[in-house]
Write a protein that binds this ligand. Sequence first.
Ligand code: NAD
Length: 294
Amino acid sequence: VKKVGRKYEADTAPVKQAAVLGAGIMGGGIAYQSASRGTPILMKDINEDALQLGLDEAAKLLNKQLERGKIDAPKLAKALGHIRPTLSYGDFGNVDLVVEAVVENPKVKKAVLAEVEAQLPEGAILASNTSTISITELATALQHPENFCGMHFFNPVHRMPLVEVIRGEKTSDEAVARTVAYAKALGKTPIVVNDCPGFLVNRVLFPYFAGFSALLRDGADYQQIDRVMEGFGWPMGPAYLLDVVGMDTACHADGVMAAGFPDRMAHEGETAIERLYSLKRLGQKNGQGFYRYE
Ligand code: NAD
């Protein structure tokens, strides 16, 4: 976090009411994280079933905490009470910070961001959890791009400590500082990064996957590579990690990296990720990727 972030952070009012748009894998996780750390959060989606999925995910995670003796029943009830599901923007008038976590589609995101901005009080912060879309580009849909930045959580939200806070061209220092402060209130480790394809983590991760794919083309065995990387001390190897990420997500992000850094990331021939994706072996989400799952 740059110095300027710290300076603003000191003067930053804490987020008292948050909101998340989208109750999917990420939205449900963000709602759980905020509620369990004591910041009330509105969770908005476009239909009841989606909202229920998000609530179920948060309840499942809280029940796990209860089983492990990390929280008691009153604390569980209090945390659940901090999540308010909604289908409308009716209650957004007192929201301090919104995390947008709807589908990874620039058109949908721009429409949703413009729609929610109109409902927010002056000075409220809008942050997108996009993995691959430029923050500066998304900001073109907004009246107040200075209040907008990226807030990129990793999956699963409750386990992954890092959050990338992405500064678009027009993002203000204060927006960065408030988002950093909220990430810290959620118990996360924020890093402030500039807006570029892959932000920071994927700029490290995707060249690594490219190296892995090249080894497979040279005849290496994916299980052996996984064992080597585990032996090296990493919690999992690249094949297993790709199964966790999902071949659809990885394929999309790989395309963004190749377009953003053609000299370094463009490749000839089919990669292992592309091959598995074309075979619909998406990874853990559909039972088979590199490995098979029950
Ligand atoms: P998901 O498909 O699980 O959930 C998206 C949710 O958005 C759905 O419930 C959908 O009904 C809802 N939605 C669609 N339009 C909406 C609207 N107009 N208003 C409110 N809700 C709406 O997706 P996800 O995996 O949670 O991903 C969400 C975002 O997070 C994407 O931008 C993705 O790139 C990013 N992300 C995903 C991961 C991951 O591993 N899944 C990791 C980091 C970031």
